[in-house]
Design a protein around this ligand. Structure first.
Ligand SMILES: [Zn+2]
Length: 354
């Protein structure tokens, strides 16, 4: 067990029926990095398939690397493992593996980040990555009925020229993309550096979101709103340090895509109860629950909901997060209506059993 896992002692023993209900609850996932769903088993399989040398040759050896001190120590392993992804089929397989797990966790709609700069640096071309991921989404849609789209995420700690280059490449494929995002090591890479990239993406009709306030200060959240016109903030934990910015998130109806198990594993918080998610709720900010990089952080979206139940969140509160995830998604109104109806039906069938 990771030492940070031991830091949170459950206050509530949730029943098997509640656990099952939280998995079946229809929900959307709005903060998920497809590269962060690369499980060690698939990483080793792809390394063999593509003849990529990794420094670990056994599953146990690789698994033992999954203990992180902070965001950077996670990113080091994360980027190293991405080297096993070489072909469109690899990206398709990765997407299908995620969607199978997501479907088992009640995900009905998923808006999925990918990091093209890293794949370009590994010698791949942009279309290989996008084609493979889209094919996975299409097949997953047929198999599991999950809707969704891709959000091109800028890796903020790479040179700005490489960000500008992927925006050039995205221009031709804008119709295949849902949005633009901003991820990776946050401190020292403020949103202000990416104003032009986001302005160009906005002109292509892409939705704008940004990671802000994960390790960076509340000021980064404000910059993401003012300069990048972010429609949602990914994480946003440190927005709570500013009354003014928290009030603005509520007033402007900007949702936060929070990731409890990720924040604990990367030591953004030392205990799940320190996650300010209820404080945001009390102040009228819409929060959602997501898994971020689930292969690395100890659980997919269902486990994140269950972890909040274990520290005392009520079923009603957890239902509120799921409804927010649908309402604050970029699905069209017809799809949102359909998903909210599914949610209402689930609630009616479930309420008396848990
Ligand atoms: Zn993230």
């Amino acid at each position: 067990m990771n030492k940070s896992d031991a830091a949170t002692t459950p206050v509530a023993n949730i029943s098997a029926a509640t656990r099952q209900a939280l998995l079946a609850m229809p929900k959307a996932e709005l903060h998920l990095h497809i590269e962060g769903t690369l499980e060690p088993e698939l990483a080793l399989e792809l390394a063999r398939r593509n003849d990529v040398q990794l420094p670990w040759d056994s599953l146990d050896d690789l698994r033992s690397q999954y203990s992180f001190e902070n965001l950077q120590s996670f990113l080091d392993l994360y980027y190293q493992l991405m080297a096993v992804l070489r072909t469109a089929d690899d990206f398709c397989d990765l997407m299908l593996a995620y969607l199978a797990r997501a479907s088992a966790d009640g995900v009905r709609h998923a808006e999925i980040f990918f990091d093209p700069q890293v794949h370009l640096d590994n010698g791949l071309d942009f279309d290989t990555v996008v084609d493979g991921l889209l094919e996975g989404l299409r097949l997953g849609g047929e198999r599991y009925g999950i809707s969704g789209g891709l959000i091109l995420s800028i890796v903020r700690d790479k040179p700005i020229e490489s960000a500008q280059h992927v925006i050039d490449l995205a221009e031709r494929r804008a119709h295949d993309l849902l949005g633009i995002g901003l991820d990776s090591a946050e401190v020292g890479y403020p949103p202000s550096l990416f104003e032009e990239c986001f302005s160009r993406a906005r002109a292509m009709g892409l939705h704008c979101v940004a990671h802000a306030g994960e390790e960076g200060p509340a000021d980064y959240v404000e910059q993401a709103l003012d300069l990048l016109h972010a429609e949602r903030i990914d994480h946003g934990v440190h927005a709570i340090d500013s009354d003014e910015i928290t009030a603005r998130l509520a007033y402007d109806r900007i949702a936060l895509t929070m990731c409890p198990l990720s924040n604990r594993r990367l030591q953004v918080i030392s205990d799940l109860r320190d996650l300010p998610i209820r404080r945001f709720l009390d102040r009228g900010v819409a929060a959602t629950v997501n898994s971020d990089d689930p292969a690395y952080f100890g659980g997919y979206i269902g486990a994140n909901y269950q972890a909040l139940a274990e520290i005392g969140f009520s079923l009603d509160e957890l239902c509120g997060f799921a409804k927010n995830s649908i309402s604050y998604s970029f699905a069209d109104e017809e799809r949102k209506h359909q998903l909210l109806s599914e949610f209402a039906e689930w609630k009616q069938n479930t309420a008396e059993n848990v």
